[in-house]
Ligand binder design. Sequence first.
Ligand code: PGA
Length: 253
Amino acid sequence: MRRKIIAGNWKLNNIVRDSVILAQGLKPEVASVTDVEIVVCPVYTALESVGKAIESSNIKLGAQDMYWEDQGAFTGEVSGMLLKDVGCRYCIIGHSERRQYFGETNESVNKKVKAALKWGLRPIMCVGETLQEREAGTTFDVVRDHVEGGIAGLSEKEILDVVIAYEPVWAIGTGKNATPQQAQEVHAFIRGLLKKQYAAAAEEIIIQYGGSVKPDNAAELLSQEDIDGALVGGASLKVDSFTKIVKAASAKV
Ligand code: PGA
């Protein structure tokens, strides 16, 4: 049984105070959920404060990006070493917004994934096609390219710590989620790719879906065989909607 992971990607939102209020609001609401891994990913400047707010709770801390070098003359960057230092356990890597606006490539994603693993951070590696690519019929080629490029060179032991998030770009922030069948089809394809390289580990690897996950579509998406969690943007910014999604992932609540 794969343990589902629900991660909130807060993106570029919330000053420190509001991030802490959100985290504190969430804590009692999800405290009873023991069968789901819960992660929140605030902006860098709020990581330490949110980390303190969720101390000794069942919520884990994640960042939204990182650099692959540990330290040195890399003005403006934040490394895995620094994220570990403030209590991060996860780091989103290769989000489509970073690929689109900040020049992220499969090569940089691969370096970041390796650096995250080196620091004991679980990378949440994002993959997914644009609308143009879907309409051109190249979804599977693009996803294969993102997956294989991102995990190149990882050992069977390392791959078990990687979370893959399938996020069709056309579904992010648009209110247009993939249908559960569309999502499941790509998730099964990703697991098939993993099986070729990591026969034993593939069944254990967590593959999240992301893209307009909301309380009213979460349960159906999460009930698909190969959907092991969600990476949630917009709906993670409110205690109520994020809590409902977390509970939709739980078999017990
Ligand atoms: P969304 O974002 O839930 O707002 O569509 C998901 C993401 O970008 O991770």
